[in-house]
Design a protein around this ligand. Structure first.
Ligand code: NAG
Ligand code: NAG
Ligand code: NAG
Length: 529
Protein backbone atom coordinates (compact mmCIF):
# COMPACT_ATOMS: atom_id res chain seq x y z
CA UNK A 1 0.00 0.00 0.00
CA UNK A 2 2.69 2.48 1.04
CA UNK A 3 4.69 1.56 -1.98
CA UNK A 4 1.72 2.22 -4.22
CA UNK A 5 1.16 5.64 -2.73
CA UNK A 6 4.82 6.44 -3.11
CA UNK A 7 4.88 5.33 -6.73
CA UNK A 8 1.77 7.34 -7.41
CA UNK A 9 3.29 10.50 -5.92
CA UNK A 10 6.51 10.04 -7.81
CA UNK A 11 4.73 9.55 -11.06
CA UNK A 12 2.41 12.48 -10.67
CA UNK A 13 4.92 15.05 -9.49
CA UNK A 14 8.20 14.37 -11.23
CA UNK A 15 9.52 13.16 -14.49
CA UNK A 16 11.20 9.81 -14.25
CA UNK A 17 13.97 9.83 -16.79
CA UNK A 18 12.35 10.86 -20.04
CA UNK A 19 8.77 9.98 -19.08
CA UNK A 20 6.93 13.23 -18.38
CA UNK A 21 4.75 13.65 -15.30
CA UNK A 22 1.20 12.42 -15.72
CA UNK A 23 1.93 10.41 -18.85
CA UNK A 24 -1.03 8.13 -19.64
CA UNK A 25 -2.88 9.35 -16.55
CA UNK A 26 -6.19 11.22 -16.65
CA UNK A 27 -6.26 14.95 -17.33
CA UNK A 28 -5.28 16.86 -14.19
CA UNK A 29 -2.29 14.71 -13.21
CA UNK A 30 0.12 16.60 -15.43
CA UNK A 31 0.35 19.53 -13.03
CA UNK A 32 -1.63 20.63 -9.96
CA UNK A 33 -4.46 23.15 -10.38
CA UNK A 34 -3.31 26.70 -9.66
CA UNK A 35 -5.83 29.23 -10.98
CA UNK A 36 -8.26 30.40 -8.31
CA UNK A 37 -11.84 31.10 -9.34
CA UNK A 38 -13.87 33.61 -7.30
CA UNK A 39 -16.90 32.18 -5.54
CA UNK A 40 -20.05 33.98 -4.42
CA UNK A 41 -23.12 33.35 -2.36
CA UNK A 42 -26.48 35.00 -3.16
CA UNK A 43 -25.66 37.58 -0.43
CA UNK A 44 -22.36 38.81 -1.87
CA UNK A 45 -22.81 38.21 -5.62
CA UNK A 46 -21.88 41.21 -7.82
CA UNK A 47 -24.58 43.31 -9.50
CA UNK A 48 -24.69 43.25 -13.33
CA UNK A 49 -22.41 46.29 -13.69
CA UNK A 50 -19.72 44.81 -11.39
CA UNK A 51 -20.17 41.42 -12.97
CA UNK A 52 -19.60 42.84 -16.45
CA UNK A 53 -16.57 44.90 -15.45
CA UNK A 54 -14.88 42.30 -13.25
CA UNK A 55 -15.77 39.01 -14.91
CA UNK A 56 -17.26 39.17 -18.38
CA UNK A 57 -15.01 41.88 -19.81
CA UNK A 58 -11.70 40.49 -18.48
CA UNK A 59 -12.87 36.94 -19.27
CA UNK A 60 -12.75 35.61 -15.72
CA UNK A 61 -14.85 32.61 -14.73
CA UNK A 62 -16.86 32.73 -11.46
CA UNK A 63 -18.80 30.32 -9.29
CA UNK A 64 -22.16 31.17 -7.72
CA UNK A 65 -23.07 28.81 -4.90
CA UNK A 66 -26.75 28.13 -4.14
CA UNK A 67 -27.76 30.62 -6.81
CA UNK A 68 -30.78 28.79 -8.21
CA UNK A 69 -32.07 26.82 -5.25
CA UNK A 70 -35.37 28.72 -5.50
CA UNK A 71 -36.13 27.09 -8.87
CA UNK A 72 -38.69 24.39 -9.43
CA UNK A 73 -36.11 22.43 -11.44
CA UNK A 74 -33.99 22.20 -8.27
CA UNK A 75 -36.66 21.08 -5.83
CA UNK A 76 -39.49 19.72 -7.93
CA UNK A 77 -38.24 18.17 -11.16
CA UNK A 78 -38.37 14.47 -10.34
CA UNK A 79 -38.55 12.08 -13.28
CA UNK A 80 -42.24 11.56 -12.52
CA UNK A 81 -42.91 15.29 -12.49
CA UNK A 82 -41.12 15.84 -15.79
CA UNK A 83 -42.87 12.89 -17.44
CA UNK A 84 -46.24 14.13 -16.23
CA UNK A 85 -45.88 17.83 -17.05
CA UNK A 86 -43.43 17.87 -19.95
CA UNK A 87 -43.68 14.30 -21.28
CA UNK A 88 -44.80 15.25 -24.79
CA UNK A 89 -42.00 17.74 -25.32
CA UNK A 90 -39.07 16.59 -27.41
CA UNK A 91 -35.34 16.81 -26.85
CA UNK A 92 -32.24 16.05 -28.87
CA UNK A 93 -30.22 12.96 -27.91
CA UNK A 94 -26.55 12.15 -28.04
CA UNK A 95 -24.68 8.93 -27.37
CA UNK A 96 -21.81 8.60 -24.97
CA UNK A 97 -18.79 8.35 -27.12
CA UNK A 98 -16.48 6.05 -25.17
CA UNK A 99 -17.37 2.91 -27.08
CA UNK A 100 -17.40 4.28 -30.56
CA UNK A 101 -19.90 6.76 -31.81
CA UNK A 102 -23.56 5.93 -31.94
CA UNK A 103 -26.70 8.00 -32.20
CA UNK A 104 -29.52 6.97 -29.89
CA UNK A 105 -32.97 6.30 -31.28
CA UNK A 106 -35.98 7.74 -29.49
CA UNK A 107 -39.63 6.78 -29.83
CA UNK A 108 -39.89 8.02 -33.39
CA UNK A 109 -36.60 9.48 -34.57
CA UNK A 110 -32.88 9.10 -34.44
CA UNK A 111 -31.26 11.64 -32.15
CA UNK A 112 -34.65 12.85 -30.87
CA UNK A 113 -37.08 11.67 -28.22
CA UNK A 114 -40.01 12.90 -26.19
CA UNK A 115 -39.25 13.25 -22.49
CA UNK A 116 -41.72 10.59 -21.39
CA UNK A 117 -40.14 7.96 -23.61
CA UNK A 118 -36.63 9.09 -22.67
CA UNK A 119 -37.41 8.76 -18.96
CA UNK A 120 -39.05 5.35 -19.39
CA UNK A 121 -36.54 3.79 -21.75
CA UNK A 122 -33.23 5.58 -21.84
CA UNK A 123 -32.47 6.93 -18.44
CA UNK A 124 -31.16 4.00 -16.42
CA UNK A 125 -27.78 4.09 -14.66
CA UNK A 126 -26.16 2.15 -17.53
CA UNK A 127 -27.66 4.32 -20.21
CA UNK A 128 -25.39 5.50 -22.97
CA UNK A 129 -27.95 8.06 -24.03
CA UNK A 130 -28.13 11.59 -22.84
CA UNK A 131 -30.00 14.75 -23.59
CA UNK A 132 -28.04 17.60 -25.16
CA UNK A 133 -30.76 19.84 -26.44
CA UNK A 134 -32.39 23.18 -26.67
CA UNK A 135 -34.67 23.53 -23.65
CA UNK A 136 -38.35 23.48 -24.70
CA UNK A 137 -39.93 26.80 -23.86
CA UNK A 138 -42.67 25.38 -21.59
CA UNK A 139 -39.82 24.34 -19.24
CA UNK A 140 -38.35 27.86 -18.92
CA UNK A 141 -40.47 28.64 -15.88
CA UNK A 142 -38.77 25.84 -13.91
CA UNK A 143 -35.32 27.43 -14.02
CA UNK A 144 -34.17 30.78 -12.70
CA UNK A 145 -31.64 33.39 -13.83
CA UNK A 146 -28.68 34.47 -11.74
CA UNK A 147 -29.27 38.12 -10.69
CA UNK A 148 -25.67 39.07 -11.57
CA UNK A 149 -26.73 38.59 -15.19
CA UNK A 150 -30.49 38.87 -15.05
CA UNK A 151 -31.41 41.52 -12.47
CA UNK A 152 -31.29 44.33 -15.06
CA UNK A 153 -29.10 45.73 -17.84
CA UNK A 154 -28.14 44.64 -21.32
CA UNK A 155 -26.93 41.09 -20.59
CA UNK A 156 -30.46 40.13 -19.51
CA UNK A 157 -31.68 41.22 -22.95
CA UNK A 158 -29.21 39.18 -24.94
CA UNK A 159 -30.00 35.53 -24.28
CA UNK A 160 -29.27 33.66 -27.49
CA UNK A 161 -30.09 30.03 -26.73
CA UNK A 162 -31.09 27.90 -23.72
CA UNK A 163 -29.78 24.36 -23.50
CA UNK A 164 -30.47 21.38 -21.29
CA UNK A 165 -27.92 18.68 -20.43
CA UNK A 166 -29.44 15.66 -18.78
CA UNK A 167 -27.82 12.29 -18.23
CA UNK A 168 -27.41 9.48 -15.80
CA UNK A 169 -23.84 10.64 -15.44
CA UNK A 170 -20.55 9.01 -16.17
CA UNK A 171 -19.98 11.09 -19.26
CA UNK A 172 -16.84 13.04 -19.98
CA UNK A 173 -16.37 15.80 -22.50
CA UNK A 174 -13.31 16.66 -24.50
CA UNK A 175 -11.44 19.87 -23.77
CA UNK A 176 -13.33 22.40 -25.88
CA UNK A 177 -14.64 25.96 -26.01
CA UNK A 178 -18.01 27.48 -26.85
CA UNK A 179 -18.75 30.65 -28.78
CA UNK A 180 -21.07 32.38 -26.34
CA UNK A 181 -20.81 33.53 -22.76
CA UNK A 182 -22.73 31.12 -20.61
CA UNK A 183 -24.25 30.68 -17.21
CA UNK A 184 -24.36 26.96 -16.58
CA UNK A 185 -26.58 26.06 -13.62
CA UNK A 186 -26.83 22.59 -12.19
CA UNK A 187 -30.22 21.46 -10.87
CA UNK A 188 -29.42 17.79 -10.19
CA UNK A 189 -26.14 15.96 -9.54
CA UNK A 190 -22.52 17.13 -9.48
CA UNK A 191 -20.21 18.25 -12.25
CA UNK A 192 -16.41 18.40 -12.11
CA UNK A 193 -15.02 21.11 -14.33
CA UNK A 194 -11.46 21.67 -15.44
CA UNK A 195 -11.01 25.18 -16.81
CA UNK A 196 -8.27 26.55 -19.05
CA UNK A 197 -8.07 30.21 -19.98
CA UNK A 198 -8.32 31.04 -23.66
CA UNK A 199 -4.88 32.67 -23.61
CA UNK A 200 -3.34 29.19 -23.27
CA UNK A 201 -4.94 27.94 -26.47
CA UNK A 202 -1.55 27.60 -28.13
CA UNK A 203 -0.65 24.86 -25.64
CA UNK A 204 -3.92 22.96 -25.78
CA UNK A 205 -3.17 20.92 -28.90
CA UNK A 206 -6.20 22.26 -30.69
CA UNK A 207 -7.65 19.97 -33.30
CA UNK A 208 -7.18 21.21 -36.84
CA UNK A 209 -10.27 22.89 -38.27
CA UNK A 210 -11.17 24.67 -41.46
CA UNK A 211 -10.55 28.39 -41.33
CA UNK A 212 -13.26 30.81 -40.20
CA UNK A 213 -14.07 28.67 -37.23
CA UNK A 214 -14.30 30.31 -33.87
CA UNK A 215 -14.92 26.98 -32.19
CA UNK A 216 -12.47 24.37 -31.22
CA UNK A 217 -11.58 21.31 -29.29
CA UNK A 218 -8.37 19.67 -28.21
CA UNK A 219 -6.86 16.43 -29.44
CA UNK A 220 -5.87 15.51 -25.89
CA UNK A 221 -7.46 12.28 -24.70
CA UNK A 222 -8.78 13.20 -21.30
CA UNK A 223 -8.84 9.69 -19.81
CA UNK A 224 -5.27 8.97 -20.69
CA UNK A 225 -3.12 11.92 -21.59
CA UNK A 226 -0.34 11.02 -23.99
CA UNK A 227 2.38 13.37 -22.78
CA UNK A 228 4.69 12.40 -25.62
CA UNK A 229 2.10 13.46 -28.21
CA UNK A 230 0.65 16.37 -26.19
CA UNK A 231 3.42 17.63 -23.88
CA UNK A 232 2.28 21.27 -23.73
CA UNK A 233 -0.70 20.53 -21.52
CA UNK A 234 1.77 20.48 -18.62
CA UNK A 235 2.42 24.19 -19.24
CA UNK A 236 -1.21 25.22 -18.82
CA UNK A 237 -2.30 26.53 -15.40
CA UNK A 238 -5.85 25.37 -14.73
CA UNK A 239 -8.75 25.48 -12.28
CA UNK A 240 -10.39 22.50 -10.61
CA UNK A 241 -14.05 23.31 -9.94
CA UNK A 242 -16.80 21.23 -8.39
CA UNK A 243 -20.36 22.38 -9.07
CA UNK A 244 -23.20 20.95 -7.02
CA UNK A 245 -26.95 21.08 -7.54
CA UNK A 246 -28.15 24.66 -7.02
CA UNK A 247 -24.81 26.21 -8.09
CA UNK A 248 -24.00 28.09 -11.29
CA UNK A 249 -20.77 28.55 -13.17
CA UNK A 250 -20.12 31.60 -15.32
CA UNK A 251 -18.00 30.42 -18.21
CA UNK A 252 -16.80 33.31 -20.39
CA UNK A 253 -16.96 32.94 -24.19
CA UNK A 254 -14.14 30.84 -25.68
CA UNK A 255 -12.91 29.68 -22.26
CA UNK A 256 -11.68 26.10 -22.60
CA UNK A 257 -13.25 23.49 -20.37
CA UNK A 258 -13.58 19.78 -19.74
CA UNK A 259 -16.47 18.37 -17.72
CA UNK A 260 -17.14 15.10 -15.94
CA UNK A 261 -20.69 14.38 -14.77
CA UNK A 262 -21.26 12.34 -11.65
CA UNK A 263 -22.79 8.88 -11.87
CA UNK A 264 -26.26 10.07 -10.91
CA UNK A 265 -29.17 11.99 -12.26
CA UNK A 266 -27.38 14.99 -13.74
CA UNK A 267 -29.38 17.95 -15.07
CA UNK A 268 -27.97 21.31 -16.08
CA UNK A 269 -29.51 24.27 -17.86
CA UNK A 270 -27.23 26.59 -19.69
CA UNK A 271 -28.03 30.14 -20.76
CA UNK A 272 -25.94 31.17 -23.74
CA UNK A 273 -25.73 34.94 -24.16
CA UNK A 274 -24.02 37.48 -26.40
CA UNK A 275 -20.25 37.75 -26.59
CA UNK A 276 -20.11 41.55 -26.26
CA UNK A 277 -16.77 41.57 -28.05
CA UNK A 278 -15.00 44.90 -27.80
CA UNK A 279 -17.65 46.49 -25.59
CA UNK A 280 -16.23 48.76 -22.88
CA UNK A 281 -19.60 49.40 -21.25
CA UNK A 282 -23.09 47.95 -21.43
CA UNK A 283 -26.42 49.70 -21.22
CA UNK A 284 -27.39 49.47 -17.56
CA UNK A 285 -29.89 52.34 -17.64
CA UNK A 286 -32.67 50.20 -16.16
CA UNK A 287 -30.54 49.26 -13.11
CA UNK A 288 -31.80 51.50 -10.32
CA UNK A 289 -32.04 51.58 -6.55
CA UNK A 290 -35.42 49.86 -6.94
CA UNK A 291 -33.89 46.85 -8.68
CA UNK A 292 -33.96 43.53 -6.82
CA UNK A 293 -30.35 42.33 -7.01
CA UNK A 294 -30.85 39.23 -4.86
CA UNK A 295 -33.74 37.22 -6.30
CA UNK A 296 -33.18 34.84 -9.19
CA UNK A 297 -36.23 35.30 -11.44
CA UNK A 298 -37.77 32.58 -13.66
CA UNK A 299 -36.29 32.27 -17.12
CA UNK A 300 -39.82 32.56 -18.54
CA UNK A 301 -39.72 36.29 -17.70
CA UNK A 302 -36.88 36.85 -20.20
CA UNK A 303 -36.77 37.17 -23.98
CA UNK A 304 -34.69 34.53 -25.72
CA UNK A 305 -33.62 34.87 -29.34
CA UNK A 306 -33.92 31.23 -30.36
CA UNK A 307 -36.63 29.99 -28.07
CA UNK A 308 -37.91 26.56 -29.08
CA UNK A 309 -41.38 25.12 -28.69
CA UNK A 310 -40.34 21.52 -27.96
CA UNK A 311 -41.51 20.23 -31.35
CA UNK A 312 -40.16 20.46 -34.89
CA UNK A 313 -36.97 22.08 -36.14
CA UNK A 314 -34.53 23.12 -33.44
CA UNK A 315 -32.15 26.04 -33.74
CA UNK A 316 -29.10 24.86 -31.80
CA UNK A 317 -26.00 26.66 -32.97
CA UNK A 318 -27.79 29.51 -34.74
CA UNK A 319 -26.41 33.03 -34.64
CA UNK A 320 -26.91 35.95 -32.27
CA UNK A 321 -29.68 38.28 -33.59
CA UNK A 322 -27.77 41.42 -32.65
CA UNK A 323 -24.10 40.53 -32.95
CA UNK A 324 -24.37 38.28 -35.98
CA UNK A 325 -27.44 39.08 -38.04
CA UNK A 326 -28.17 42.75 -37.39
CA UNK A 327 -24.56 43.84 -37.03
CA UNK A 328 -23.26 41.95 -40.05
CA UNK A 329 -26.17 42.87 -42.29
CA UNK A 330 -25.84 46.45 -41.17
CA UNK A 331 -22.17 46.67 -41.99
CA UNK A 332 -22.73 44.99 -45.36
CA UNK A 333 -25.61 47.35 -46.13
CA UNK A 334 -23.62 50.43 -45.12
CA UNK A 335 -20.78 49.36 -47.36
CA UNK A 336 -23.13 48.84 -50.30
CA UNK A 337 -24.86 52.10 -49.56
CA UNK A 338 -21.69 53.92 -50.53
CA UNK A 339 -21.84 52.49 -54.03
CA UNK A 340 -25.59 52.98 -54.35
CA UNK A 341 -26.43 49.30 -53.85
CA UNK A 342 -28.58 47.46 -51.34
CA UNK A 343 -28.65 43.89 -50.08
CA UNK A 344 -30.12 41.49 -52.64
CA UNK A 345 -30.61 37.71 -52.46
CA UNK A 346 -27.54 37.24 -54.70
CA UNK A 347 -25.42 39.27 -52.32
CA UNK A 348 -26.66 37.22 -49.38
CA UNK A 349 -25.89 33.95 -51.18
CA UNK A 350 -22.37 35.16 -51.77
CA UNK A 351 -22.06 36.46 -48.23
CA UNK A 352 -23.16 33.18 -46.67
CA UNK A 353 -20.76 31.26 -48.89
CA UNK A 354 -23.42 29.29 -50.70
CA UNK A 355 -20.79 28.18 -53.15
CA UNK A 356 -19.37 26.05 -50.38
CA UNK A 357 -22.29 23.72 -49.90
CA UNK A 358 -24.89 24.63 -52.51
CA UNK A 359 -27.74 23.46 -50.30
CA UNK A 360 -29.42 26.74 -49.61
CA UNK A 361 -31.08 28.14 -52.65
CA UNK A 362 -31.60 31.67 -53.74
CA UNK A 363 -35.29 31.25 -52.90
CA UNK A 364 -34.42 31.08 -49.21
CA UNK A 365 -32.59 34.40 -49.41
CA UNK A 366 -35.43 36.00 -51.33
CA UNK A 367 -37.77 34.89 -48.57
CA UNK A 368 -35.32 35.97 -45.88
CA UNK A 369 -35.15 39.45 -47.34
CA UNK A 370 -38.92 39.72 -47.71
CA UNK A 371 -39.31 39.30 -43.94
CA UNK A 372 -37.48 42.59 -43.26
CA UNK A 373 -38.31 44.38 -46.48
CA UNK A 374 -40.80 46.94 -45.18
CA UNK A 375 -40.83 49.08 -48.36
CA UNK A 376 -41.29 46.05 -50.65
CA UNK A 377 -38.42 46.75 -53.05
CA UNK A 378 -36.99 43.22 -52.67
CA UNK A 379 -33.80 44.60 -51.16
CA UNK A 380 -32.59 45.50 -47.69
CA UNK A 381 -31.35 48.91 -46.75
CA UNK A 382 -29.76 50.35 -43.62
CA UNK A 383 -33.06 51.60 -42.13
CA UNK A 384 -34.84 48.29 -42.58
CA UNK A 385 -32.03 46.44 -40.85
CA UNK A 386 -31.84 48.95 -38.02
CA UNK A 387 -35.55 48.80 -37.30
CA UNK A 388 -36.05 45.03 -37.66
CA UNK A 389 -37.72 43.41 -34.66
CA UNK A 390 -36.42 40.21 -33.10
CA UNK A 391 -39.33 38.36 -34.65
CA UNK A 392 -38.28 39.58 -38.10
CA UNK A 393 -34.67 38.64 -37.47
CA UNK A 394 -35.78 35.21 -36.24
CA UNK A 395 -37.72 34.62 -39.49
CA UNK A 396 -34.77 35.89 -41.47
CA UNK A 397 -32.42 33.54 -39.63
CA UNK A 398 -34.65 30.53 -40.16
CA UNK A 399 -34.26 31.01 -43.90
CA UNK A 400 -30.67 32.17 -44.02
CA UNK A 401 -28.90 29.95 -41.46
CA UNK A 402 -27.11 26.91 -42.73
CA UNK A 403 -29.23 23.83 -42.32
CA UNK A 404 -28.05 21.60 -39.48
CA UNK A 405 -29.49 18.09 -39.91
CA UNK A 406 -29.18 17.16 -36.23
CA UNK A 407 -31.67 19.96 -35.50
CA UNK A 408 -34.27 18.35 -37.77
CA UNK A 409 -36.33 15.20 -38.22
CA UNK A 410 -34.17 14.48 -41.26
CA UNK A 411 -31.15 13.69 -39.12
CA UNK A 412 -31.22 10.01 -40.08
CA UNK A 413 -30.48 10.89 -43.71
CA UNK A 414 -27.07 12.15 -42.60
CA UNK A 415 -26.50 9.94 -39.55
CA UNK A 416 -26.85 6.69 -41.48
CA UNK A 417 -24.06 6.58 -44.02
CA UNK A 418 -25.16 6.31 -47.65
CA UNK A 419 -22.36 3.84 -48.41
CA UNK A 420 -23.39 1.58 -45.55
CA UNK A 421 -26.97 1.63 -46.73
CA UNK A 422 -25.95 0.86 -50.30
CA UNK A 423 -23.95 -2.16 -49.27
CA UNK A 424 -26.81 -3.35 -47.05
CA UNK A 425 -29.12 -3.23 -50.06
CA UNK A 426 -26.55 -5.04 -52.20
CA UNK A 427 -26.34 -7.73 -49.56
CA UNK A 428 -30.06 -8.14 -49.11
CA UNK A 429 -30.65 -8.33 -52.86
CA UNK A 430 -28.48 -11.43 -53.07
CA UNK A 431 -31.56 -13.37 -52.05
CA UNK A 432 -34.17 -13.80 -54.79
CA UNK A 433 -36.92 -12.24 -52.68
CA UNK A 434 -36.97 -9.81 -49.78
CA UNK A 435 -39.81 -9.27 -47.34
CA UNK A 436 -40.57 -5.83 -45.95
CA UNK A 437 -40.35 -6.82 -42.29
CA UNK A 438 -37.06 -8.63 -42.81
CA UNK A 439 -35.63 -5.67 -44.66
CA UNK A 440 -36.63 -3.32 -41.85
CA UNK A 441 -35.04 -5.63 -39.29
CA UNK A 442 -31.81 -5.74 -41.28
CA UNK A 443 -31.86 -1.97 -41.71
CA UNK A 444 -32.24 -1.33 -37.99
CA UNK A 445 -29.61 -3.88 -37.06
CA UNK A 446 -27.00 -2.78 -39.57
CA UNK A 447 -27.40 0.96 -39.45
CA UNK A 448 -28.70 1.64 -35.95
CA UNK A 449 -31.52 3.62 -37.55
CA UNK A 450 -35.28 3.59 -36.99
CA UNK A 451 -37.96 1.23 -38.33
CA UNK A 452 -39.66 4.27 -39.84
CA UNK A 453 -36.72 5.00 -42.11
CA UNK A 454 -36.15 1.30 -42.86
CA UNK A 455 -39.76 1.19 -43.94
CA UNK A 456 -39.28 4.26 -46.14
CA UNK A 457 -36.36 2.66 -47.93
CA UNK A 458 -38.33 -0.51 -48.57
CA UNK A 459 -41.27 1.49 -49.88
CA UNK A 460 -38.83 3.24 -52.20
CA UNK A 461 -37.57 -0.11 -53.49
CA UNK A 462 -40.98 -1.74 -53.81
CA UNK A 463 -42.63 1.33 -55.29
CA UNK A 464 -45.61 1.23 -52.94
CA UNK A 465 -46.57 1.05 -49.30
CA UNK A 466 -48.85 -1.88 -50.12
CA UNK A 467 -46.18 -4.12 -51.60
CA UNK A 468 -44.53 -6.29 -48.95
CA UNK A 469 -42.28 -8.51 -51.01
CA UNK A 470 -39.81 -7.51 -53.70
CA UNK A 471 -38.10 -9.68 -56.28
CA UNK A 472 -34.42 -8.81 -56.35
CA UNK A 473 -34.13 -9.15 -60.13
CA UNK A 474 -36.65 -6.32 -60.53
CA UNK A 475 -34.57 -3.84 -58.57
CA UNK A 476 -32.51 -1.70 -60.92
CA UNK A 477 -29.80 0.77 -60.01
CA UNK A 478 -32.24 3.51 -60.90
CA UNK A 479 -34.77 2.23 -58.39
CA UNK A 480 -32.11 2.12 -55.67
CA UNK A 481 -31.02 5.67 -56.48
CA UNK A 482 -34.61 6.83 -56.28
CA UNK A 483 -35.18 5.03 -52.96
CA UNK A 484 -32.06 6.67 -51.53
CA UNK A 485 -32.58 10.09 -53.07
CA UNK A 486 -32.71 11.86 -49.72
CA UNK A 487 -29.47 10.20 -48.68
CA UNK A 488 -27.93 11.25 -51.95
CA UNK A 489 -29.27 14.76 -51.41
CA UNK A 490 -27.64 15.03 -48.00
CA UNK A 491 -24.51 13.01 -48.51
CA UNK A 492 -24.01 12.66 -52.22
CA UNK A 493 -22.00 14.78 -54.60
CA UNK A 494 -22.56 18.53 -54.73
CA UNK A 495 -25.88 19.06 -56.54
CA UNK A 496 -25.75 20.18 -60.15
CA UNK A 497 -27.74 23.33 -59.61
CA UNK A 498 -24.90 24.94 -57.71
CA UNK A 499 -23.62 27.53 -60.18
CA UNK A 500 -20.38 27.99 -58.30
CA UNK A 501 -19.45 24.35 -58.29
CA UNK A 502 -15.81 23.75 -59.04
CA UNK A 503 -15.67 21.18 -61.84
CA UNK A 504 -12.52 19.60 -60.54
CA UNK A 505 -13.75 19.26 -57.06
CA UNK A 506 -13.26 15.89 -55.48
CA UNK A 507 -16.69 14.46 -54.74
CA UNK A 508 -15.83 13.73 -51.20
CA UNK A 509 -19.02 12.83 -49.37
CA UNK A 510 -17.39 13.79 -46.07
CA UNK A 511 -17.67 17.42 -47.05
CA UNK A 512 -21.40 17.10 -46.82
CA UNK A 513 -21.67 14.68 -43.92
CA UNK A 514 -20.04 17.10 -41.55
CA UNK A 515 -22.25 20.15 -41.80
CA UNK A 516 -21.70 21.03 -38.18
CA UNK A 517 -18.03 21.70 -38.85
CA UNK A 518 -19.12 24.35 -41.28
CA UNK A 519 -21.18 26.26 -38.83
CA UNK A 520 -19.65 29.39 -37.50
CA UNK A 521 -20.71 28.28 -34.10
CA UNK A 522 -18.50 26.39 -31.78
CA UNK A 523 -21.00 24.86 -29.44
CA UNK A 524 -21.23 21.98 -31.84
CA UNK A 525 -18.24 20.76 -29.98
CA UNK A 526 -20.12 20.64 -26.76
CA UNK A 527 -19.71 16.98 -26.80
CA UNK A 528 -21.06 16.88 -23.29
CA UNK A 529 -21.06 19.33 -20.43
C1 NAG B 1 -10.25 18.35 -8.10
O1 NAG B 1 -11.36 18.44 -7.25
C2 NAG B 1 -11.95 17.18 -6.94
C3 NAG B 1 -13.21 17.44 -6.15
O2 NAG B 1 -12.95 18.24 -5.04
C4 NAG B 1 -10.95 16.32 -6.20
O3 NAG B 1 -11.53 15.06 -5.94
C5 NAG B 1 -9.74 16.14 -7.08
O4 NAG B 1 -8.75 15.42 -6.37
C6 NAG B 1 -9.15 17.48 -7.48
N1 NAG B 1 -8.08 17.24 -8.43
C7 NAG B 1 -6.86 17.74 -8.28
C8 NAG B 1 -5.85 17.29 -9.27
O5 NAG B 1 -6.56 18.51 -7.41
C1 NAG C 1 -30.73 51.30 -22.91
O1 NAG C 1 -31.71 50.37 -22.52
C2 NAG C 1 -33.01 50.90 -22.35
C3 NAG C 1 -33.92 49.79 -21.92
O2 NAG C 1 -33.45 49.16 -20.79
C4 NAG C 1 -33.50 51.51 -23.63
O3 NAG C 1 -34.78 52.10 -23.42
C5 NAG C 1 -32.53 52.55 -24.12
O4 NAG C 1 -32.93 53.01 -25.37
C6 NAG C 1 -31.14 51.97 -24.22
N1 NAG C 1 -30.19 53.02 -24.54
C7 NAG C 1 -29.38 52.97 -25.60
C8 NAG C 1 -28.45 54.10 -25.77
O5 NAG C 1 -29.41 52.04 -26.40
C1 NAG D 1 -35.25 27.03 -47.40
O1 NAG D 1 -36.37 26.79 -48.22
C2 NAG D 1 -36.90 25.48 -48.15
C3 NAG D 1 -38.02 25.40 -49.15
O2 NAG D 1 -38.93 26.43 -48.98
C4 NAG D 1 -37.35 25.19 -46.75
O3 NAG D 1 -37.83 23.87 -46.63
C5 NAG D 1 -36.19 25.38 -45.80
O4 NAG D 1 -36.61 25.18 -44.47
C6 NAG D 1 -35.62 26.76 -45.95
N1 NAG D 1 -34.54 27.05 -45.03
C7 NAG D 1 -33.35 26.44 -45.02
C8 NAG D 1 -32.40 26.92 -43.96
O5 NAG D 1 -33.02 25.58 -45.79
Amino acid sequence: MELLVLLFCVQSSFSIGSIPAGHLLPLGFQRPPSVEIDEFTPENAPNPEAFFQNYLKPSRAAVFRNAVTNAEAYSGWSDEYIAKHFGDLEVRLEGKKEKGSFIPVGETHMGRDNLRHFIEHSKGPDSRTYVVSELPKPMYSGSTVLPSVGACGEMAKRFVEIDIWWSSGGSKSMIHKDAYNQINCLYKGTKYWKLFEHKYEKWLHKHWEPENEIGGFSDIQVDKVDMLAHPNIAKVPWSNITINAGDCLFLPKSYYHQVDSSQTNNLAISILFSRFDGRETLNMSDCTSETDYRTARPLSEFDVMWEWSGHGMMSMGNGDFEENFRKELFSAASEFDNVGKKITPEILAEYYGDDEDGKIKLGNYTKAISVMDTNNDNELDVEEIQSASWEQIRQFGLEAEHFEPSNSYDYEYTAVAYDELLSLIDDVLKQPEVERKNFIKAYVKTTGGTTTFGNKVFTGLSGSEDVNIIKSKDITEEIVDKALEKWIFYQGPTPDFDPNQDEDRDDNADDDILPSEKQVHESDFRDEL
